[in-house]
Design a protein around this ligand. Structure first.
Ligand code: A2R
Length: 307
C-alpha cells in the first residue's frame, strides 16, 4: 500500500510514518517548507495545504492508496488568537485535500483526524460514545467538528472512502511542552538539571483526561484506514481517565530532587471539562487494543526531557 501522510512533521506524523513503514507500506510524507522530517525511509515532499493547486500536484505525483490527513493548526490557545488562520488551515485546507482526492485519487482511503475537544464541556458519569452530542466550545474544536461533517458529506455525496476520528489526549516522547504531560515532565527535567528553581507551576489539577500512548494512537489510525467502512467516526483513546494530579504525583515521585508545586491560575482554561473518558468499543471492534501502559509512557516522556 502506498500511504501519504499530510502534515507528517508534527508529533503524530513521526510515529505514524514508523508504524506504516513497520507494516510494509511505502510511505510519502508532506511537510511545510521550514520543517524537517526525521525519517530516512520515507519519501518527503513539501506541501502547504492552503495551496489547492499544490495539493493536486502532490496527489498526482504520489497517487496514494491511503491518505492520513494530520496537517492542522492544532493549538486551542492559538485558535482563540488566530481564528481565521485556524479555519483556513483546518477547514479550507481539508477541503483542498478532499477536492484533490476526489479529482485525482477518488478510490483512496482517507483518514481525517479530529479531536475529543469536539465533544465540549460534557457532564457525564459514564464514558462518552461517538453518537453522544458534540458541543464544541473553542475555535479549534469547532473547526475539527466541521472537518468531521465535511468528511461524512464527501463520503456520502461522492462515495469516497473517508473515516474520521475523535482522538483523545495522546502523549509520548517528542511532544512539545504546550501539552500537560510534556509540560510537567520538561519542568521536572529542567529542575533536575538546575535550569529552573525547584518549583513546578501547574494549572487545574482536578480534571480527569483520557491519555493514550501516541504509538497506540497511530496503530489505531492504520487499523481504521485498513478496515473501516466509509463515513464512520471513531473515538481513539484508552477508555481510562486519569486525574491530572496523579500524573504530577507520579512525575514528582520519579524526580531526583525535591520539588514544590505552585498553582498558576493563568494556566486554567476559561471553560474546562471536569472529566472525559472515551468509550472505545467501536475502535476495539476493528481489532485494536492498547499495548502501552500509560505510567510507563509518562516516565518515557520524563526520560526524553532528561536527555
Ligand atoms: O504548525 P506547524 O509549523 O507545527 O506545522 C504543522 C503542520 N501544518 C501544516 N501542514 C501543511 N499545510 C499547512 N497549512 C499547515 N499548517 C500547519 O501540520 C505540523 O507540522 C502538522 C500538525 O502537527 P502537530 O501540530 O504536531 O499536531 P499532532 O499532535 O501531530 O496532531 C496531528 C493531528 C492534528 O490534526 C491535530 O489537530 C489532531 O491530530 O489532534
Amino acid at each position: 500500500m502506498r500511504s501519504l501522510i499530510i502534515g507528517a512533521a508534527g508529533f503524530v506524523g513521526y510515529y505514524l510514518a514508523n508504524e506504516l513503514l513497520n507494516n510494509g507500506d511505502e510511505v510519502y510524507c508532506t511537510k511545510l517548507n521550514h520543517e524537517k522530517i526525521d525519517n530516512s525511509k520515507a519519501k518527503v515532499v513539501d506541501l502547504d495545504i492552503c495551496d489547492a493547486m499544490a495539493v493536486k500536484t502532490v496527489l498526482a505525483e504520489v497517487k496514494p492508496d491511503a491518505i492520513y490527513h494530520l496537517a492542522a493548526q492544532s493549538s486551542v490557545a492559538l485558535s482563540w488568537k488566530r481564528p481565521a488562520l485556524t479555519a483556513q488551515i483546518n477547514i479550507v485546507g481539508t477541503i483542498n485535500v478532499l477536492e484533490a482526492a476526489r479529482e485525482i485519487v477518488p478510490e483512496a482511503r482517507i483518514l481525517l483526524v479530529g479531536s475529543s475537544e469536539e465533544y465540549g464541556p460534557i457532564n457525564l458519569d459514564r464514558q462518552i460514545k461517538e453518537d453522544d452530542i458534540s458541543n464544541p466550545k473553542n475555535i479549534y474544536a469547532l473547526t475539527k467538528l466541521s472537518v468531521e461533517h465535511l468528511g461524512k458529506m464527501y463520503a456520502q455525496a461522492y462515495k469516497m472512502n473517508i473515516f474520521m476520528t475523535r482522538s483523545f489526549n495522546h502523549i509520548g516522547p517528542r511532544q512539545i511542552p504546550q501539552f500537560v504531560v510534556a509540560d510537567f515532565a520538561s519542568q521536572v527535567a529542567k529542575i533536575e538539571a538546575g535550569e529552573q528553581e525547584p518549583i513546578i507551576r501547574v494549572g487545574n489539577l482536578e480534571s480527569y483526561r483520557d491519555f493514550t500512548d501516541v504509538r497506540d494512537i497511530v496503530c489505531a489510525y492504520r487499523i481504521i484506514v485498513n478496515k473501516s467502512q466509509t463515513g464512520e467516526v471513531y473515538n481513539v483513546g484508552s477508555g481510562h481517565a486519569i486525574k491530572i494530579r496523579d500524573i504530577l504525583d507520579l512525575l514528582l515521585s520519579e524526580s531526583k530532587v525535591k520539588i514544590s508545586v505552585e498553582i498558576d491560575k493563568s494556566r486554567f482554561r476559561p471553560i474546562d471539562i471536569k472529566k472525559i473518558e472515551a468509550n472505545v468499543s467501536k475502535i476495539e471492534s476493528l481489532g485494536w487494543t492498547r499495548r502501552y501502559a500509560i505510567k510507563d509512557t509518562i516516565i518515557d516522556v520524563l526520560n526524553y526531557f532528561r536527555k
